[in-house]
Write a protein that binds this ligand. Structure first.
Ligand code: UFG
Length: 348
């Protein structure tokens, strides 16, 4: 069987580097492009250390069509795994135009070249942020109801709470039209709170400076790099007053991309599009996350109650049954195992 060649955009980032490893280890050839603005060459060296060889890598900004085209000329891609590039919600609220320029313009240049070079299969890493943010705020999971279904794939996507989410929403819609009018085959994978690291502990989520996301922040408090966690408010109508999310292990998340590609590969028609939520289906509150982290690390996690961040959504979790039934995959790693794995990394 001919080895398939995948273009992975922004393949040096946290989630994307996990994708490079998973696809290489499943006998796909990956070609990475990244402009290294939001990622670091040491991650590429760590990918190399895990695989024992170097996947092809080009330092290219997606908005630079000429340089991007040189890569398209060199390979015959079977499909593309596209991650919109910038992903810090707070930053997108401060610099919305910067996000539109990078994420949207870069995606358009990529889609133009895909069309010119007849590369029609694409998996897009989307987000729960595409769902109607108004719907998330006033409604909470019934107290004690652990797997109450919230967003499902048929729910309305619009009215995003931040510019980062808007870029995901718009790219999904552009891809929807490209499937209708340009025969693209598209899968949008909507994920929300990926956590933790590759079991090699060579690639991980370890942002420089102050982390924005809950789980790396907690680990830095547990390892005394930071004095305490800010819990962004505690008086909501949830199980314990803090907000709830669905946290999925990054390795499980990437395995789902492999299943999604199998679906695309077995199509006998073009113009396909579908969307899948990639979540565990179990929500966890911020206070529960603190307790789970204490259990995993055997460390105290001091916290203070702080005001809400203005882009935060209250309750975001979903019905994972569509991914389970159609992609035949469920998340396998428990939250406790993800956190223990993370803690081993921090203790390394
Ligand atoms: N939280 C705290 N303290 C912190 C950090 C977070 O209490 O220091 C709380 C937040 O209020 C939220 C929960 O922990 O209730 C999770 O927050 P994260 O920042 O870890 O994650 P978000 O759900 O806000 O953001 C995630 C991804 C984004 C994505 C966004 C929306 O990190 O990339 O979901 O889909 F865009």
């Amino acid at each position: 069987m001919k080895q398939k060649t995948i273009l992975i955009t922004w393949g040096i980032g946290y989630i994307w580097s996990h994708a490079v490893i998973a696809f290489e280890q499943t006998w796909y050839k990956t070609v990475i492009i990244d402009n290294l603005d939001n990622s670091c060459l040491s991650t590429y060296r760590n990918i190399w250390e895990i695989l024992w060889y170097k996947p092809d890598f080009y330092e290219v900004d997606l908005r630079n069509k000429e340089k991007l085209e040189e890569v398209f000329k060199k390979y015959s891609f079977d499909w593309v795994l596209h991650f919109a590039w910038l992903k810090a919600v707070w930053e997108s609220c401060e610099k919305p135009l910067h996000y539109f320029d990078n994420n949207l313009v870069g995606s358009l240049r990529l889609f133009e070249l895909m069309q010119s070079y007849n590369v029609k299969n694409i998996i897009f890493s989307s987000s729960a942020t595409v769902y109607d943010s108004n719907r998330s705020i006033p409604t909470f999971p019934p107290k004690g109801e652990r797997s109450f279904n919230w967003f499902s794939e048929n729910d309305l996507t619009w009215n995003t709470s931040n510019p980062y989410g808007t870029t995901k929403f718009l790219i999904e819609n552009i891809l929807n039209d490209l499937s209708k009018f340009a025969s693209f085959n598209v899968i949008n994978l909507r994920y929300f709170n990926p956590i933790w690291a590759h079991p090699s502990w060579l690639i991980w989520e370890n942002p420089d400076g102050l982390p924005n996301n809950l789980s790396p922040f907690i680990m830095k408090v547990a390892s005394w790099e930071l004095p305490y966690l800010n819990v962004f408010w505690d008086d909501y109508e949830t199980i314990d007053g803090s907000w709830v999310r669905d946290y999925i292990d990054v390795v499980d998340l990437i395995d789902w991309h492999l299943k999604a590609y199998e679906l695309l590969e077995n199509l006998d028609f073009s113009g396909f599009i579908d969307n899948f939520n990639l979540w565990t289906g179990k929500w966890v509150s911020v206070f529960e996350m603190i307790q789970e982290s204490k259990n995993a690390t055997w460390k105290d996690i001091p916290f203070k109650i702080a005001p809400r961040r203005n882009w935060d959504l209250a309750s975001v979790y979903c019905n994972p049954s569509k991914s389970k039934n159609i992609l035949e995959w469920t998340a396998k790693t428990s939250l406790q195992d993800s956190l223990k794995n993370a803690w081993k990394f921090y203790n390394k």
